[in-house]
Design a binder for this molecule. Structure first.
Ligand SMILES: Nc1ncnc2c1ncn2[C@@H]1O[C@H](COP(=O)(O)OP(=O)(O)O)[C@@H](O)[C@H]1O
Ligand SMILES: [Mg+2]
Length: 192
């Protein structure tokens, strides 16, 4: 496998475009300095193992993971989309139609995740890839994923409200009209 350009980096590691035979792949690599930090290494391994178990068209697919000569890596399908954070910075706002479709696909991906008893816990624009050419959305970055049964905090009211606020903030940046409606729909669900 050969590695090429850096596709992006965030809190955990850098993601490079690579070729595996004839197929393009994305390879996430844990930086050397994180190897000494037990928690970072454990999170990286957890991301690989739990994400590998999810097979859904709106969740990035893991093809392989492991370590070689001390380098820890996750090989994923390469997705030619752009992350929403970059897109929003450039375009400031997306159309209502695109926003609804993105939110719908993210929700489908989250449903599949939750059906396996997993919680993403880091859903934000930089962890959502969108390919405008074919209208497909993929959720990435499961670095903070947890099994629901292990995470008692998610059953607490404060946590739900926190997630609601984060989702609303993100969707407000996509389209304020949608954010208002999500608030009404979610709000009425909470009142029920
Ligand atoms: N499978 C992929 N295909 C294409 N680009 C990707 C892929 N995975 C990640 N990227 C790019 O790399 C960036 C960082 O990836 P991410 O998994 O969020 O890393 P971190 O855990 O460090 O935040 C993303 O915002 C995205 O631009
Ligand atoms: Mg990220």
């Amino acid at each position: 496998m050969s590695l090429g350009e850096c596709l992006g980096s965030g809190g955990v590691g850098a993601v490079y475009k690579g070729m595996r035979g004839q197929a393009p792949v994305a390879v996430k690599i844990l930086p050397q300095h994180s190897l000494d930090q037990e928690e970072q290494l454990a999170r990286f391994q957890r991301e690989a193992e739990l994400l590998a178990g999810i097979k859904h068209s709106n969740i990035i697919q893991v093809l392989d993971f492991g370590h070689d000569c001390g380098v820890h890596f996750i090989v994923m399908e390469y997705f030619p989309g752009e992350n929403l954070s970059g897109m929003l910075m450039r375009e400031h706002r997306l159309s209502c139609f695109e926003s609804i479709e993105i939110i719908r696909q993210v929700a489908m991906g989250m449903e599949a995740t939750h059906n396996l008893g997993l919680i993403h816990r880091d859903l934000k624009p930089s962890n959502i890839l969108y390919d405008r050419k074919n209208g497909l959305v993929k959720v990435i970055d499961f670095g903070l994923v947890r099994k629901a049964e292990e995470d008692h905090a998610i059953t607490q009211e404060g946590y739900i409200v926190g997630v609601l606020i984060i989702c609303l903030r993100s969707s407000a940046r996509l389209c304020p009209w949608i954010a208002a409606r999500i608030f009404i729909i979610w709000g009425s669900r909470f009142i029920k």
